[in-house]
Structure formats: structure tokens, C-alpha cells
Ligand binder design. Structure first.
Ligand SMILES: Cc1ncc(COP(=O)(O)O)c(C=O)c1O
Length: 459
């Protein structure tokens, strides 16, 4: 039996959380009697409530995932109907109706010839699966040396050791090395930090240079997000993805579009690649596939990539017990029904200009250096000097983000992400149902808290 706990102050839930719950990516030692763990107990629409009944605008959609908004009981009803019919069956050598229907629906929605859906339980598993598929695909074509993956600096692709080899965030990687071999990194599209005269396709060309440097016969895939989350919503310059597509075709390298965040309306389209008009070989999905009402992910592969595994006695020797779980699949179907009925991607396209304008209006503050993103996925970069774009050093950034902003934004009722995996940014990714009322609320909190942050850290 575990040893008795030292009881921290606060409610029963608070005590139990502090003693027994291991939160992810969290400094557990920072919690105590004077610093409580935020406990969210209830949610509705764009809002969540804590155990004391305080209301927060969920400006992050959970973790970029509750795209349809909170509290849709019809998803629970779909889950209940599914339990009555078939609680669980596996996709290992069997199929069941909901996984079949969902796969067919996703194939219809996906661009080009991306017709084959492999389900997983989440995003890291989706990326892991895509990387394994890329290696195996080349092996099936007699090119087993092709195993490397090219990803972008500061990009986040998940935490399992394979996905982590694609993740380009040194602090997340270094503690767990050696990782799965083959991860190579190239510059991202942090255009705000580029010299003005730089060729817009510089970062795309860097991918070609890296493929040539590594030896094309060793490179299996390039993985990129339509809009890169970590670092703060880096958008591609015009023509970037078209050039990457050309490069991939030229060197027989698979193009993986990691849409764990960018799919399902986040950028105003069902898939992020549609926003930038490219067709990858594999799309990875998770998060908003079910609007996070159940854990589910997957990859959608093109016919070309799937074909070698569909013939004779070939198989893709890979799988997860819960992948394509009937209840998750039923919820995903209900979620897609809501997306269609309410035209959530269309709503984002109609409203993103207003959302963006609200964020742009923060430029009157000295701390706001850049506003960037697409759809309902934006970042505000914080700087020490607007003119020179000078950023905060590590110590200032720590004080700014963890010492002030994260806590203060939360205290004032706004959940968003204050992040410094690149330069310091505040990120917003509200539920796709968010409208003028929520934009105004975001503006009011952000404006006053960012003004205060300037006084605290710089002033
Ligand atoms: C682009 C991207 N890929 C992969 C992942 C990993 O997904 P998960 O946390 O579901 O494993 C994430 C998570 O945020 C992500 O943003």
C-alpha cells in the first residue's frame, strides 16, 4: 500500500490532486497550500467552471481540441446508443460498423486520393504510425535505407520516442535521448524573425538542402503542420507547401501533414492542407476528430502509400488495442454531424477577420510585437522593443510568462496559452462556435493584463 499522504490545504479534491495526480508537463513541486491546482469541474459552450464556480472563457478549446464547444449532450447520447449496440471490438483482424463508416466518411472528406484510414487513440500515436508507415512503405519498395524524417525546428509532434524524434524542441528531447534515430530538423517559417530581403521560399529550399545533405536514399518523410503551433502559430509564406510538395516528389520522400491541431475547422476547413492548397501523402489527425469528447486519432494515407500493404500476404504490422474504439467512432460521427449541420468551418471563415482584427488592435500596447495565425488559431508575440523586435531573455521570459501572465490571465477568467518554447507568445484557439461576444471578452482581458505585464517586467 502507498504511504499516507501529507495533507495539503484546500478542498478534498485539491488535497487528492496534490497528493496523487501526476499532471502532464507540470511543475508538481510548485503546487502547495498557497498555490492550488486549477480544478475544472464543469463546462458549457465556450466556457468552463472551476470547483469554486468561477467561470473562464476557454480560449484554448481544452488543448486545441474541443472545437465544437463544450457540453453537447448529443455526443453522450450517441455514445450511449453505441454501448447498447456494441461496446467494444478491436480492429485487429476484425472490423465494426462505426469504424467502417467513419473511415469512409473521412476518406470522402480528405483531399486527393487520401482514402485509407488507420485509427489510433491520439496524436502521438498518429504521428508514430505515420513515421512507421513511411519507413515501411519505402522498405516495401526495396528502399529500406530510407528511414530519416525531416521536421522543423521548434515544432511539436508528440512525446512517444518516435514522434519525439520529429519534435524539434530541444528541452523536450534532450532529457530522453537517445531517441529513435533519424530525426533531422530544418528552419521553420518564423517570418517575423526573418530579414526583410529573405527569399520567401528559403525555408522550403532548406528542406531540399537537408535531403541532399542526408542523402535522398536515406530520407523517408518530411513532416510539417499547416500552421506550426509551437513557437506561436507560424504560417507558411505563399508557395511554401507547393515547393515542399515538389521537393518531396523529386526525391521520393513522403509528405506528412501533421493536422492534429489544424484539421476539423481550426483553419476554416476540414483539413489544414486545404487552406494552403496542397495534397500530402499522409494526414495525421486527433484532437477535434471527436471535439475531444473521446480520445481518438488516426492517419489518412493516400492510395499510393497504402497500396503495397493491400496486396497478397502483406500487412502493416502495427496497431493499438483501443484504436477506432466504437464509442469514440460514434462520437466522431456525431461530431462531424454537428460540424456539417452548423457549418463550423464556414463560421470560422466568416468570423476569422473579426477575430484577427480584435487581436491586431492590441498593437497599441508596447509589448505586442506580432500577431499571426489563421482561422481560429492565432498567437500574439511579446517583445521588449517593438522597433528592434528585441525579445525577452530567459529570466525575463520566465518572470513574464510563469511569474505573471499565466496566473493573471486565468485569475481574470481567460484560459489561453502563454508559451516560450520559441520566443514568448500568448496563443488563442477558441472553440469554433466563438463569436463577437467572446472576442470582446478576450480583448478586454488580454489588453489589461498585457498592459500590466509591461509595467511589471519592463517598467
Ligand atoms: C501537431 C501535433 N502533433 C502531435 C501531437 C500529439 O498529440 P497527443 O497529445 O494527442 O499525443 C500534438 C499535440 O498537441 C500536436 O499538436
Amino acid at each position: 500500500m502507498a504511504t499516507a499522504s501529507q495533507a495539503p490545504a484546500g478542498t478534498d479534491l485539491q488535497q487528492m490532486a496534490q497528493r496523487h495526480l501526476w499532471m502532464h508537463f507540470s511543475r508538481m513541486g510548485g503546487y502547495g497550500p498557497d498555490h492550488e491546482i486549477p480544478i475544472i469541474t464543469r463546462a458549457e459552450g465556450c466556457y468552463v467552471y472551476d470547483e469554486r464556480g468561477n467561470r473562464y472563457l476557454d480560449g484554448l478549446s481544452g488543448l486545441f481540441c474541443v472545437n465544437a464547444g463544450h457540453g453537447r449532450t448529443e455526443y453522450g447520447e450517441a455514445a450511449a446508443r453505441q454501448v447498447e449496440e456494441l461496446d467494444f471490438y478491436t480492429l485487429w483482424s476484425y472490423a465494426h460498423p462505426k469504424a467502417i463508416e467513419l473511415a469512409a466518411r473521412l476518406a470522402t472528406m480528405a483531399p486527393g486520393d487520401l482514402n485509407r484510414v488507420f485509427f489510433t487513440s491520439g496524436g502521438s500515436e498518429a504521428v508514430e504510425s505515420a513515421l512507421k508507415l513511411a519507413r515501411n512503405y519505402h522498405r516495401m519498395h526495396g528502399k529500406g535505407q530510407k528511414h530519416k524524417v525531416i521536421a522543423r525546428e521548434v515544432a511539436y509532434h508528440g512525446t512517444s520516442l518516435g514522434a519525439l524524434s520529429a519534435t524539434g524542441i530541444t528541452e523536450l528531447r534532450s532529457q530522453f535521448e537517445p531517441l529513435t534515430p533519424g530525426g533531422c530538423h530544418v528552419p521553420n517559417t518564423n517570418i517575423y524573425r526573418w530579414p526583410e530581403e529573405r527569399d520567401p521560399l528559403w525555408a522550403a529550399d532548406a528542406i531540399e538542402e537537408r535531403i541532399v545533405f542526408e542523402g535522398p536514399e536515406t530520407v523517408a518523410a518530411v513532416i510539417l503542420e499547416p500552421v506550426q503551433n509551437a513557437g506561436g502559430c507560424f504560417v507558411p509564406p505563399d508557395g511554401y507547401f507547393q515547393r515542399v510538395r515538389e521537393i518531396c516528389d523529386q526525391y521520393d520522400v513522403l509528405m506528412i501533414s501533421d493536422e492534429v491541431i489544424c484539421a476539423f475547422g481550426r483553419l476554416g476547413h476540414y483539413f489544414g492542407c486545404e487552406r494552403f492548397d496542397y495534397v500530402p501523402d499522409i494526414i495525421t489527425i486527433a484532437k477535434a476528430l471527436t471535439s475531444a469528447y473521446a480520445p481518438m486519432g488516426g492517419m489518412i494515407a493516400s492510395d499510393k502509400v497504402a497500396e503495397p500493404f493491400m496486396e497478397g500476404d502483406a500487412s502493416f504490422s502495427h496497431g493499438f488495442t483501443f484504436a477506432g474504439h466504437p464509442i469514440a467512432a460514434a462520437i466522431a460521427m456525431a461530431n462531424l454531424d454537428v460540424f456539417e449541420r452548423e457549418d463550423l468551418p464556414g463560421h470560422v471563415l466568416r468570423k476569422e477577420g473579426e477575430f484577427r482584427q480584435m487581436l491586431e488592435s492590441l498593437h497599441d500596447l508596447p509589448i505586442v510585437g506580432d500577431v499571426r495565425g489563421a482561422g481560429y488559431f492565432h498567437a500574439v508575440e511579446l517583445v521588449k522593443d517593438k522597433e528592434t523586435k528585441e525579445s525577452f531573455n530567459d529570466e525575463e521570459s520566465e518572470k513574464l510568462l510563469r511569474g505573471f501572465l499565466s496566473g493573471e490571465l486565468y485569475k481574470r477568467g481567460l484560459i489561453c496559452r502563454a508559451d516560450d518554447r520559441g520566443d514568448p507568445v500568448v496563443q488563442l484557439s477558441p472553440p469554433l462556435i466563438a463569436d463577437t461576444e467572446q472576442f470582446e471578452e478576450i480583448h478586454d482581458v488580454l489588453h489589461s493584463v498585457l498592459a500590466e505585464a509591461w509595467d511589471q517586467v519592463v517598467g
